[in-house]
Design a binder for this molecule. Structure first.
Ligand code: NAI
Ligand code: MG
Length: 351
């Protein structure tokens, strides 16, 4: 689902990489194209049309570019491109959002933080995506005692906490075996329950070293010494904020992938950036975040860690060759466009 803006440009390159890695790895791929966001609104009158919904339900995995753009801002709320994204997330029950923040050593100077604080950074934030305060009832704005009050409700059930905790522990098992659960248990009852349930799930993963941190401290620690973390697991709102902060430690929005998974292992994979209307159609968007999303797709939905690693190695190799799109360009580097970067990545898969 290429979507809007730079979406079609970067997804085209990611598909080249997927097809080549599929040949190398003997994958029997069947790829369908789906309309979503503004592109779907233009062609079919809705940001998440029925045909797209059916295609999404058939798929083992979905690769998405980005949605949105200034031309859609005047549409009524239900027809806006973002509704397409919310629609597919809730339709497929994508409750687990995985956001790795990796700083490639070749890009250490791209971060606004000191190189020694961030070089070699490799952390994973696991954010609960379908519950918590963004969805809790009751919610609204109403008149009370002669003035208006706004209210939202923070709710998590034991089963919701349990399943996201399990995703966090399983991810930690495949990495550095350390999990930090982030909450606000000194103030919130929801967090008290969160902590208790995470501890209980942790008994199933004795090899994982579990710690707990209050969210305000976690925000501070992410900027002070981000490399202390391996995997972090947290609720929807805390995760929204912390994952954006963590992303920016790497300084390069064009490099960061994400995965959103449901309990059957079906996933939606997309770069964390948006449709970048300011550079759309100019052939200079960085396709690496989308290509790295393909790596996550192979790892989490198709169970081909070997091919995921091959793609990640290709990204490292192309950075070693000093090839750079404008967003990560610097002195002494070789400037390439979206397609040039895609071609270099495809070639690097064979090395
Ligand atoms: P954005 O992420 O699209 O762009 C922010 C800045 O980063 C821009 O200067 C852009 O050129 C640059 N950038 C982003 N991706 C890049 C890439 N791959 N290579 C090189 N440079 C890149 O965020 P912005 O400008 O706030 O939003 C633009 C549109 O995207 C809006 O309509 C917004 O609603 C939508 N959006 C969609 C998201 C999604 O589909 N998941 C997420 C965030 C925003
Ligand atoms: Mg956000």
């Amino acid at each position: 689902m290429p979507g809007d803006g730079i979406g079609p440009e970067i997804v085209a390159e990611a598909l080249k990489v997927l097809e080549r890695v599929g040949e190398i790895g003997g994958l029997d791929l069947e790829i369908e194209q789906g309309l979503i966001g503004g592109a779907a609104h233009d062609a079919a009158g809705h940001p998440y049309p029925e045909a797209t919904r059916e295609a999404a339900r058939r798929a083992d995995a979905i690769l998405l570019g980005a949605v949105g753009g200034p031309q859609y801002e005047s549409l009524e709320r239900d027809l806006r491109p973002e509704r397409g994204l919310l629609g597919i997330r809730s339709d497929l029950g994508l409750f687990a959002n995985l956001r790795p923040a990796i700083l490639y050593p070749q890009l250490a100077s791209a971060s606004t933080l000191k190189p020694e604080v961030v070089s070699g950074l490799d952390i994973l934030i696991v954010r609960e995506l379908t519950g918590g305060i963004y969805f809790g009832q009751p919610r609204g704005i109403e008149e009370r005692n002669g003035e208006r009050v706004g209210f939202n409700t923070l709710v998590y059930s034991e089963s919701e906490i349990e399943r996201i905790a399990r995703v966090g522990f399983e991810a930690a098992m495949k990495r550095g075996k350390r999990l930090c659960s982030v909450d606000k248990a000194n103030v919130l009852e929801v967090s008290e329950l969160w902590r208790e349930v995470v501890e209980r799930v942790g008994k199933e993963f004795p090899e994982v070293e579990l710690s707990h941190m209050y969210v305000d401290n976690a925000a501070m620690q992410l900027v002070r010494d981000p490399k202390q973390f391996d995997v972090m697991v947290t609720g929807n709102m805390f995760g929204d904020i912390l994952s954006d902060a963590a992303a920016m430690l790497t300084g390069s929005i064009g490099m960061l992938p994400s995965a959103s998974l449901n309990s059957e292992g079906v996933g939606l994979y997309e770069p964390i950036h948006g449709s970048a209307p300011d550079i759309a159609g100019q052939g200079k968007a960085n396709p690496m975040a989308t290509v790295l999303s393909v790596a996550m797709l192979l790892r989490h939905s198709l169970n081909r860690n070997d091919l995921a690693e091959r793609i990640e190695a290709a990204v490292g190799r192309v950075l070693d060759q000093a090839l750079r799109t404008p967003d990560i360009f610097g002195e002494g580097m070789k400037l390439v466009g979206t397609q040039g970067m895609g071609d270099a990545l495809v070639a690097a898969l064979d090395d």
